[in-house]
Design a protein. Structure first.
Length: 358
């Protein structure tokens, strides 16, 4: 009996040693080292300090809520991207879950940027009054070179909103599917086999994010003359920098994992390098967003001429206002609803004007 007990303990110790050895091999290399975690931590906390101060100032001087609501939400991409990536480095076995949070907020930011542009221009009615009926210029850089001879209309504006909103719907669904597939052991990140869930989820994501960004490009090309006073290029490039660099960086790391030569030993190391690079890039993005979405123009609009500070209770109330996502849900229902009376009326008016002019 004692012999069997000793053999069982020995077998358990050997199994524990084997598991520890496999884990050491799995999480070995520079990117898993305390040095890499410390370096990424410095960049993340520096980015958090810069962005959180900027967010606080926007909430403190919340003088134009219809614009600053969207700005604050956009700025939150730095803390969420940076902190989730850093946590993914600290506890790499849970990295896929932190990545899920990060990627869902990415969709939310694209939508909020479009809404910010609409707010800058005074809403959809103001935009339609300016562009409705004008011919769409054919250009290669925004993909309109293949368009037929059509004019801007309410349907064009609605398409731009639908293109961004669909990403807010598709991305969380894909994220939940990825988590389920990972738990079932059939996701197989970085594997391009037809039996793995990775290739299907990645394809759906690529189509959805491309459509969302294309909707932004079309909207910008139609309204850039109206947005000229709001630094649209810097704002647009800052959003594309964050979204595109993380996306194509992930694609490149996947390719490095698949090509011969063992540049990356597996998808786990590729995901870790993705997290490490994002923590550094978020510091650069924080500086970029500081200039793209400054708070000083709103500070000059404060009602208190004596410059007295705003009560913390008011700042907290403003913060709660930015966290309420009800507008996204309402906008999605409004834009994807078949019964869309307001747009239908505007289309009818446009058609009547066109027929009258003809």
């Amino acid at each position: 009996h004692e012999l069997f007990t000793v053999m069982a303990v020995e077998e358990e110790l050997n199994q524990t040693y084997t598991n520890l050895s496999m884990q050491e091999r799995l999480y070995s290399g520079f990117v898993f080292s305390p040095y890499a975690q410390a370096v990424s931590g410095v960049f993340v906390w520096s980015a958090l300090f810069l962005t959180c101060f900027q967010i606080f100032q926007h909430l403190r001087f919340y003088t134009v809520p219809e614009q600053q609501l969207w700005i604050v939400r956009i700025l939150f991409i730095i803390p969420i991207y940076g902190f989730c990536s850093w946590l993914g480095l600290l506890v790499p076995q849970y990295s896929i879950y932190f990545d899920a949070i990060r990627s869902c907020y990415e969709a939310f930011v694209i939508y909020n940027f479009l809404r910010l542009c609409l707010a800058y221009l005074g809403g959809e009615a103001t935009i339609l009054a300016d562009i409705n009926g004008k011919p769409i210029s054919r250009r290669c850089w925004d993909g309109t070179c293949c368009f037929p001879k059509v004019t801007y209309s309410v349907r064009f504006l609605r398409f731009c909103k639908q293109a961004t909103l669909q990403f807010c719907i598709v991305k969380p669904i894909v994220t939940v599917i990825i988590i389920i597939l990972e738990a079932c052991g059939v996701y197989n990140e970085g594997t391009l086999r037809l039996t793995s869930g990775y290739i299907y989820c990645t394809t759906v994501y690529n189509v959805s994010v491309t459509l969302a960004l294309y909707g932004l490009v079309l909207f910008y090309s139609a309204t850039r003359h109206m947005l000229s006073s709001h630094q649209p290029v810097l704002k647009f490039l800052s959003i594309k920098f964050i979204v595109f660099i993380s996306f194509w960086q992930g694609v490149l790391l996947t390719i490095l994992h698949l090509v011969p030569g063992h540049l990356l030993k597996d998808s786990v190391e590729g995901r870790a390098y993705q997290n490490f690079l994002i923590t550094i890039e978020m510091f650069m993005a924080a500086i970029l967003l500081k200039f793209a979405f400054p708070y000083k123009p709103y500070m000059e609009l404060r009602k208190d001429a004596n410059g007295r500070g705003i009560p913390m209770q008011q700042i907290t109330s403003n913060f709660k206002d930015t966290l309420n996502p009800h507008d996204v849900v309402d906008d999605a229902i409004h834009n994807f609803s078949r019964v869309y009376q307001k747009y239908a009326q505007q289309e009818d008016m446009s058609d009547d004007e066109d027929s009258g002019g003809g």
